[in-house]
Design a protein around this ligand. Structure first.
Ligand SMILES: Cc1cc2nc3c(=O)[nH]c(=O)nc-3n(C[C@H](O)[C@H](O)[C@H](O)COP(=O)(O)O)c2cc1C
Length: 323
């Protein structure tokens, strides 16, 4: 069985991939989507989204990273996929699930699910352009307005030559609202020969087990669940191996978050320097009540020195607990 880290635009950038893969249990990652229009993109764009191109397309701990492209035109998608491979990409993932208005109004992302023949053409063009040893994978939702086109799109993905399909088990209109409709994935798995990865709404080990049962398979991709429990993949694997497992404690999470803050602070202008940490804390709040308290403490702080003070207070409180 495999557990993949989901692509999340504006959230799961390479520092987050590094931190989460170091915690463990993950077999692969996908970058945020890189938007393709008509042009061949310059290396600096690819590098911005996938700095792992410089290290064999692996995270620092050696976990493989696929590079995701999003676009609506077969030829530019093929040209950019080949360009990426020439720059060192080891696998290309194609996005057919993005619900964003700006993306859909340019006919990219989930709106392509209304026309399975266009899904086919894009994947086929990319598959034909890149060397056969480079996996081309696709990520879809169950449909656009409703879920009725799920099998047509899944068949199109396989017929076009994709090596793997990930299914976020909701339509575009379902958005991110629970539940995820995992049982549709069982139908897809029964029909397709390529591996199918289940995605959506897995927050706990119990959710994982229910997803496996309903989707009739074991490979999954985790997004928000891993941000709220950074060791969820490790926990799932320990459970499957009948090993005892102690989840990460708040002091461990707080230390991880501080490392993330220190790494990413120089990348943002001063006013935005705490935004990424605040965003992650929102996800962590679901699992760690202390994250809610910490979020309340930092939510209006904007300068590096204020944020540093808040972190030092939180870490001191953590070490007081430890003693
Ligand atoms: C903030 C955010 C950004 C996302 N960005 C992407 C993306 O760049 N590419 C993609 O294929 N899916 C993207 N997704 C969808 C996730 O990969 C995943 O399919 C979805 O969150 C459901 O999985 P989860 O319930 O485990 O989070 C995004 C989701 C969120 C919440």
């Amino acid at each position: 069985m495999r557990i993949m880290l989901a692509p999340m635009e504006g959230v799961v950038e390479h520092h987050v991939r590094d931190i989460l893969t170091r915690i463990g249990g993950l077999d692969g990652c996908v970058t945020e989507f890189i938007r393709v229009t008509d042009q061949k993109l310059p290396y600096k764009v690819f590098y911005k989204f996938a700095p792992e191109l410089e290290s064999g397309c692996n995270t620092p701990n050696g976990t493989p990273v696929r590079v995701q492209l999003l676009g609506s035109k077969p030829e530019p998608m093929a040209i950019n996929a080949l360009e990426l491979v020439n720059y060192g990409a080891k696998a290309i993932d194609l996005n057919f699930g993005c619900p964003a208005k700006t993306v859909n109004s340019h006919e990219g992302g989930a709106c392509l699910l209304r026309t399975p023949d266009r899904v086919y053409s894009i994947i086929k063009a990319v598959r034909d352009a890149v060397p056969v040893e480079i996996p081309v994978t696709a990520k879809i939702r169950l449909g656009y307005e409703d879920r009725s086109s799920y099998m047509d799109n899944a068949r199109a993905v396989e017929a076009a030559g994709a090596n793997e399909l990930t299914v976020h088990a909701r339509s575009k209109v379902d958005g991110y609202k629970p539940p995820a409709y995992w049982h549709y994935i069982a139908d897809i798995r029964a029909e397709l020969k390529i591996p199918v990865v289940a995605n959506g709404e897995i927050w706990t080990v119990e959710d994982y087990l229910r997803c496996c049962e309903q989707s009739a398979g074991v490979d999954v991709m985790l997004g928000r669940g891993l941000l709220s429990r950074p060791d969820l993949a490790r926990h799932i694997k320990a459970h499957l191996n009948n090993e005892d497992y102690t989840p990460l404690t708040w002091p461990e999470i707080c230390t991880m978050l501080y490392d993330y803050y220190r790494l990413t602070t120089p990348l943002y202008c001063e006013r935005n320097c705490g935004n990424r940490v605040k965003q992650w804390l929102m996800y962590l709040s679901r699992q760690y009540p202390q994250a809610t308290v910490f979020f309340e403490a930092i939510k209006r702080k904007t300068t590096p020195s204020e944020l540093e003070t808040c972190f030092q207070d939180a870490l001191a409180a953590c070490s007081a607990i430890r003693q």
